[in-house]
Design a protein around this ligand. Structure first.
Ligand code: RI2
Length: 308
């Protein structure tokens, strides 16, 4: 198998490449490179090898639909092609287009989202969402005086990346432990988080603990915004599929020998926030309500999957 596909899948699995947007672009990029460097001329063999490459990439992490969408956007139309040369060209173009559109979407979301941030706002964020951080950074660059509280996001501690990102921008940043969320929520004006997957009925699947932020925000009457490109909307949920919540190894939670062998460790890395806790989804097609996700999905993906 194409070495770059295998390496990319491995880097997504071990989280050296992480974040829903980045893994989508990495998956799309791997498909583009696979096609570009494909040396054979037999279309049937190309299809077989491509199927395997797609499977290897999609098996790397199960929850973020962005990866699925990035890979599928890159192979779109290959079923109608009968020459390897044409397939090579199509997949390379698709992949480049997806990556360019993805980067552009993040910029658009930053512009739209920054308008929801007012001078003097105190904001909480969770995990390490490049999109939520772009929104916050844009508001800061516009001269708005803001304070940000970032959760540690155990066990992987993506919050450390977030506070570094925010501090680099010169933003007034405070790190809190995950258990401090409810206590600190009273001081917040708004919450901005990212997304791994958004379902057809507007539920958010994001880093474990996100739903606790949403619950605490709801209780404290704090606005809760999700920053998400539309390729994090799951067309699979449209046809009834459930989102698989990834569970990762116990070594992320405890060190060897720290607990008795008889104790089990459960390490789910995402959770589900129901639509009713979400004030708005900031996407590249605008600020939308969770109830509008279905319409956006239909326009973007059509209803092909419903027939399968
Ligand atoms: P961006 C991350 O997952 C977080 O859950 C984050 O909210 C989401 O991806 C979106 O990230 P992980 O890869 O695309 O850390 O906004 O498990 O960067």
């Amino acid at each position: 198998m194409d070495q770059n596909v295998v390496t990319t899948a491995q880097e997504i699995r071990d989280m050296s490449i992480r974040g829903a947007g980045r893994i989508a672009r990495a998956g799309a990029g791997a498909i583009g490179k696979f096609a570009e460097s494909y040396s054979g001329n037999d279309m049937a063999q190309f299809r077989k090898d491509l199927d395997e490459a797609v499977k290897i990439l999609l098996d790397s992490r199960p929850t973020a639909v962005s990866l699925w969408n990035g890979v599928h956007a890159s192979i779109k139309g290959v079923e109608d092609i009968d020459k390897v040369d044409d397939a090579r060209e199509l997949l390379t173009r698709n992949s480049n287009e997806f990556i360019a559109e993805s980067n552009e979407a993040v910029k658009t979301i930053a512009r739209i989202g920054a308008k929801r941030i007012e001078d003097g706002d105190t904001i909480m964020t969770h995990c390490n969402s490049s999109v939520a951080i772009s929104v916050i950074a844009q508001a800061h660059r516009q001269g708005k005086d803001i304070k940000v509280y970032a959760t540690e996001s155990r066990p992987w501690r993506q919050g450390i990346l977030t506070v570094n990102d925010l501090a680099k921008e010169g933003i007034d940043t405070t790190l809190i432990i995950d258990s401090a969320v409810r206590l600190m929520m009273k001081k917040m004006d708004k919450v901005f988080v990212g997304a791994d997957t958004i379902t057809s009925h507007g539920a958010l699947i994001n880093k474990i603990g996100t739903s606790q932020l949403a619950l605490a925000a709801h209780e404290a009457r704090v606005q809760f915004y999700v920053c998400s490109e539309t390729y994090k909307f799951s067309p699979l949920t449209l046809s009834g599929d459930m989102v698989k919540i990834e569970e990762r190894d116990m070594s992320e939670v405890v060190r060897p020998g720290e607990i008795p062998d008889s104790v089990k460790v459960c390490n789910p890395v995402f959770d589900v926030t129901p639509a009713e806790y979400i004030s708005g989804i900031i996407s590249e097609v605008g600020l939308i309500s969770p109830g509008s996700v279905y319409d956006v999905m239909q326009r973007k993906f059509g209803t092909e999957l419903l027939k399968e």
